[in-house]
Design a protein around this ligand. Structure first.
Ligand code: FES
Length: 158
């Protein structure tokens, strides 16, 4: 209708199950499609839900146990929704030599009761000369200290 300013109709958002099936189907022709599918689910949702496994298994004509085995083998595939904030501390050798172990333990203790913050270890971020290295919500930092982590956390609403 001329002059109409009505927005065009939009399709309803796809359910998680529909999206997982589409992500799997889109990668079905890849050689060794399971890992790319799992990475795609991680990229879109941030974690792999238990209910995703039978969908992926169905698309790939695998057993649910096959998919479960791969998901649980790799540490990077989250099985629960991610927390609001994530601190990663490098535990690689160069960072260990400049105090990363103590920093990791102190940060883990500091946020042990805070479900909105996850402290995780990572092994070499390619920032070895500036250790201890880590990330806060994905931002790479060198010369990381507990004070710097505390300063970031102070700005987070919890
Ligand atoms: S060992 Fe920590 S960044 Fe390389």
């Amino acid at each position: 209708m001329p002059g109409s300013s009505a927005a065009p109709p939009t399709a309803p958002p796809a359910s998680r199950a529909d999206r997982v099936r589409a992500l799997a189907t889109d990668r079905l022709t890849l050689r060794g499609p399971l890992l790319p599918i799992l990475h795609a689910v991680m990229d879109e949702f941030g974690w792999i839900a238990e209910e995703d496994l039978p969908i992926i298994a169905d698309v790939l004509n695998l057993s649910r146990a096959d998919v479960h085995g791969v998901v649980t083998f790799y540490h990077d595939f989250r099985r629960t929704p991610p927390p609001a904030h994530r601190v990663q501390i490098c535990r690689g050798e160069a960072c260990q030599a400049v105090g990363a172990q103590g920093l990791y333990e102190a940060a883990t203790d500091r946020f042990a009761d805070d479900t909105t913050i996850e402290v995780a270890e990572v092994f070499c971020l390619g920032n070895c000369a500036l250790g201890p290295s880590g990330t806060i919500d994905g931002h790479l930092l060198g010369r990381l200290t507990l004070d710097r982590i505390d300063a970031a956390a102070a700005g987070w609403s919890r």
